[in-house]
Design a protein around this ligand. Structure first.
Ligand SMILES: Cc1ncc(C[n+]2csc(CCOP(=O)(O)OP(=O)(O)O)c2C)c(N)n1
Length: 296
């Protein structure tokens, strides 16, 4: 069995967490490789959310990659659509399309464009890229489940850039009114945006208090979104939380895994030059090998 199959089928939680960690480490390497080869794309925000998106698709979500448009599937909206390479990497290895396609990222006729397109890429539930739309669409999808008497879940991942957009707060307010069952927002709170820290651009803390004041069910703990044990713990906490809509804030590190890129807005979307790539690669390989050793 390959790592993907082992992660999907493992029932022991401790082992599962280690398998998911190894998978995320491998995805991170692959993302860096493609972004370097193509000299385009967004490394920082793809890396910060790598464990979370891996856990969603290889543990949490009810999906069937052979039937990407299955009515009863759980939905995922990557509101921070610039982190598309992360979504594509996870979708490919989950079986939605061939991993060989990843090397065509952003080519003119590729189905893998710079920002996710639901009409081009199997498994993409919503086209995104203009920050701030995701929660609005998530409210609509979750309300559609109610109308159609479906029990699917809708997950929306946002970064601080999305939450800087007024539209997000209109959607957050309307969700508190309509209380759509199945709507969960996951905040990838890495604290850094395109041209500075979130505090410099637009301070948004205390985020948990803001969601609370808007009537959301906020998980009381702030989780480490780069730690698989904590992510799985947060999913259990979500299952225990009863009222809708729900939100989890995950503290993450932008550019996670490459010491000289971590926490730096300069690595938000800059092309990865050869020297930086050669320095970064061994760090990610080392982390992957360490994670693999845990699951042998
Ligand atoms: C409406 C809109 N304004 C500006 C941009 C350009 N833009 C792309 S990513 C980004 C910063 C996003 O920061 P954050 O949400 O923290 O992303 P992350 O660190 O998670 O990658 C900006 C300003 C955009 N895509 N959409």
């Amino acid at each position: 069995m390959n790592l993907e199959q082992r992660a999907l089928t493992e029932t022991d939680k401790v082992k599962k967490s280690k398998l998911l960690t190894a998978l995320a480490c491998r995805f991170r390497m692959e993302i860096l490789e493609v972004l370097h080869a193509k000299q385009t794309g967004h490394w920082g925000g793809a890396s910060s959310a790598c464990e979370l998106v891996t856990a969603l698709y290889f543990h949490r979500m009810r999906i069937d990659p052979a039937h990407p448009e299955w009515d009863d599937r759980d939905r995922f909206i990557l509101s921070k659509g610039h982190a598309s390479m992360l979504l594509y990497t996870v979708l490919a290895h989950r079986g939605y399309f061939s991993p060989a396609l990843l090397g065509t990222f952003r080519d003119i006729d590729s189905s893998l464009q710079g920002h996710p397109c639901m009409k081009k890429t199997p498994g993409v539930d919503m086209s995104t890229g203009a920050l701030g739309h995701g929660i609005s669409v998530g409210v609509g999808m979750a309300l559609a489940a109610r109308i159609h008497r479906k029990d699917y879940q809708t997950y929306v991942m946002v970064g601080e850039g999305c939450l800087d957009e007024g539209q997000s707060w209109e959607a957050i307010m309307s969700a508190a009114k309509f209380k759509p069952e199945g709507l969960t927002v996951l905040v990838d709170n890495n604290g850094v945006q395109l041209d500075g820290t979130s505090d410099e651009i637009m301070p948004i803390s205390p985020l948990e208090d803001k969601f609370q004041a808007f009537g959301w069910n906020v998980l009381p703990k702030t989780y480490d979104g780069n730690n698989m044990d904590e992510i799985l713990e947060s999913f259990d906490a979500l299952d225990r939380a009863t009222s809708w809509p729900k939100v989890v804030v995950y503290r993450t590190v932008k550019g996670k895994g490459v010491s000289f890129m971590e926490g730096k807005n300069t690595w938000h979307g800059a092309p990865i030059d050869d020297t930086s790539f050669e320095l970064a690669k061994p760090e990610l390989e080392k982390a992957y090998k360490r994670a693999l050793a845990e699951v042998r």
